[in-house]
Ligand binder design. Structure first.
Ligand code: SF4
Length: 426
């Protein structure tokens, strides 16, 4: 496979699959406008990636925690190497391919799939790469693995170094890192930073996150108007893995909130009889759909909030370059999911669990015990104590959020049913 066209076939498959989703929804008796908007955003993003591969345009490998607002302001298209691999997992044989790669089997599935994806040529060769060294050690490992593949060897790389704490000095340090990243991008991609454009992008992402927060407020209602994970799945993809600051993303959240609001006003819940309200204290797994369907149908349970959808993004002050960079530093170091709960001390995770349980009137907490989150598993004693203080039952599982085979679904179902029964929740 020539390096120039690596990833092309796979991205064309993504594009065609998303188009078929859009066609299917459009031709249904009652097309869901929110899903049409969401898949439209994803489709356009895949098309942009294909255009970059086919026409040798600058293309960046990055992550959601790397201030993608900056990429958008510099008119640089970026992809996250694992995003589509995870999103399309039910339709591919990537898990089997991943098994054959030389990554320790007890590592996070995201990392294993990321290593496999680059080795197998499922993603393009980027013009440059921005690494994310947080929140876990495995993030460093994935970049080293990529740099050691033949195809990605020599790709210019910028290492964004995060601070450990959550004080102003930590954000000032990371804002400096963002400045150095901008200089790197100008050098290697031939694009100039336009701070007026950055202001426009940040103002739009401010608006997106405000709309997402409004939607989340509506999920507090009893009964919850929408199914498990709904805002988290759509919002994560539409804010973090496409060009930052698209007006369509704000429109999508507003449509979602409008629909939820109508249901709340009429007292309509996603479940005919909502019995259990759950906090899923981690990212949304790739096997969320079957889990959500089983919880709804068999247990009357709704995961009303999770860490991927809990997005306490603060408004960024766009009055000056310094205030924008400082705001972006805080957003990307302390607010985006996964990084928010896993970088630094355990306090944030405990505070989030406490706040979500109270605000969303949860009946129990599921701690998935994701195989990669050894940091969080080391904090189980703190989580237990927090749940004891809240007088709320806690179910500790062991799963791989990105590999449904790690814990067979029947085992999961049995553990959850026993837990619900033991606590009189069914
Ligand atoms: S999901 Fe967790 S373990 Fe996996 S890469 Fe992200 S932080 Fe690391």
């Amino acid at each position: 496979m020539s390096n120039e066209k690596r990833g092309l076939q796979r991205f064309c498959e993504y594009r065609d699959r998303i188009q078929s989703f859009i066609d299917g929804i459009s031709s249904s008796p009652e097309p869901n406008p929110v899903l049409l908007k969401f898949f439209g955003i994803i489709l356009e993003n895949d098309k942009k990636t294909i255009d970059c591969i086919e026409n040798n345009k600058p293309l960046l490998s990055g992550w959601y925690g790397n201030a993608p607002e900056i990429f958008a302001a510099m008119d640089v298209h970026y992809f996250c190497a694992v995003d589509n691999i995870l999103a399309h997992q039910p339709f591919t044989s990537d898990l089997e391919g991943m098994d054959a790669s030389a990554v320790p089997s007890d590592m996070c599935g995201l990392i294993k799939l990321g290593v496999y994806g680059v080795e197998a040529g499922l993603v393009p060769v980027p013009t440059a790469m921005i690494t994310m060294l947080e929140p876990c050690d495995a993030q460093s490992a994935i970049h080293e693995a990529w740099e050691n593949t033949d195809a990605w060897k020599g790709v210019p790389t910028f290492i964004l170094d995060p601070a450990y704490g959550n004080d102003k000095e930590d954000y000032v340090y990371f804002a400096g890192e963002l400045k150095r990243m901008i200089a790197f991008l100008e050098d290697h991609l031939g694009r100039k930073m336009d701070y007026n454009k950055l202001r426009e992008v940040v103002e739009r992402t401010n608006e997106q996150y405000a709309a997402w927060a409004e939607y989340n407020e509506l999920r507090r209602a009893i009964p919850c108007p929408h199914d498990s994970f709904v805002g988290s799945k759509l919002g994560w993809g539409a804010t973090q893995h496409v060009t930052a600051g698209l007006p369509e993303t704000t429109e999508m959240f507003k449509m979602l909130a409008y629909d939820a609001e109508q249901k709340v006003k009429q007292g309509i819940g996603a479940l005919p009889k909502e019995k259990v309200r759950v906090l899923w204290a981690d990212l949304v797994p790739t096997w969320a759909d079957p889990l959500a369907a089983w919880l709804a149908e068999e247990c009357g349970a709704n995961i009303v909030m999770d860490f991927q959808g809990y997005t306490p993004y603060e408004h960024i002050d766009t009055s000056s370059v310094e205030s924008m960079l400082l705001g972006l530093a805080k957003r990307n170091m302390a607010e985006v999911p996964m990084i928010r709960q896993a970088r630094g001390t355990v306090d944030v995770m405990i505070e989030d669990i406490t706040r979500i349980v109270r605000d969303y009137k949860c009946d129990c907490v599921f701690f998935p015990g994701h195989v990669g989150h050894k940091d969080q598993s080391a904090s189980i004693a703190f989580i237990k104590e927090a749940c004891r203080d809240l007088k709320i039952p806690l179910l500790i599982l062991t799963v791989d959020n990105f590999d449904p085979r790690y814990t067979p679904f029947d085992v999961l179902k049995r553990q959850i049913t026993e837990f619900f029964n033991a606590h009189g929740l069914l």
